[in-house]
Design a protein around this ligand. Structure first.
Ligand code: GAR
Length: 202
């Protein structure tokens, strides 16, 4: 069976990208292959991780493109040039338009660091999500992998995993626990499941 070709979109540290790379090496991801990493920040450490693992990467800057339309046109160009089947948003801090998401319906997945529908949508990203969870006082949080559509964090849920909030947690300690106990586990699992569907369906 031909593997699904995966592009991972990143903006920062890339620990979720690392989890995907490790899962591919460990045989957890077998139906897909990480073929391309695209960053919208030129200093994203995720680019170093891609290079260290021999994965092709590209930087596409919204500002240099001049408009959201031109930015997305460049992304599409790269996705088409590389025959990408599945896009994984792994800490990608830029909202994609409805035109883009509808072109890749059920072909874009995202990891979000809360149990959707809590603490999600516009403005809820990165550490802010954990700040909001602690401020609200929830005792359980977690992570969600979902399909991406035109509504930020609003697409169909694929997988979720709960994580306990502990006394004395700071946004940083909570973020670390959610990553270790949820994100780095369910993102590779969901990537394999969707890759298997794509590879098996053609
Ligand atoms: C992760 O916690 C990811 O879930 C979150 O940003 C972090 C990126 O870390 N994404 C969002 O908040 C998207 N709405 P990483 O670069 O180390 O993978």
């Amino acid at each position: 069976m031909l593997k699904a070709k995966i592009a991972v979109f990143v903006s920062g540290g890339g620990t979720n990208l690392q989890a995907l790379i490790d899962a591919q090496k460990a045989g957890i991801i077998t139906s897909g292959e990480i073929s391309l990493v695209i960053a919208n920040k030129s200093d994203a450490y995720a680019l170093t991780r891609a290079a260290q693992n021999g994965i092709k990467s590209e930087v596409v800057l919204r500002k240099e493109c001049g408009s959201q339309e031109a930015f997305e046109a460049r992304l599409i160009e790269l996705l088409e040039e590389n025959d990408i089947d599945l896009i994984v948003l792994a800490g990608f801090m830029s909202i994609l338009s409805g035109d883009f998401t509808s072109k890749y319906a059920k072909r874009i997945i995202n990891v979000h660091p809360s149990l959707i529908p809590s603490f999600c949508g516009k403005g809820f990203y990165g550490l802010h999500v954990h700040e909001a969870a602690l401020e609200y006082g929830v005792k359980v949080t977690g992570a969600t992998v979902h399909f991406v559509n035109e509504i930020p964090d609003g697409g169909q849920i694929i997988m979720q995993k709960a994580v306990a909030v502990e006394d004395g947690d700071t946004p940083e300690t909570l973020q670390k626990r959610v990553m270790e106990q949820a994100e780095w586990i369910i993102l590779p699992q969901a990537t394999e499941a969707i890759s298997r569907d794509i590879a098996g369906g053609r």
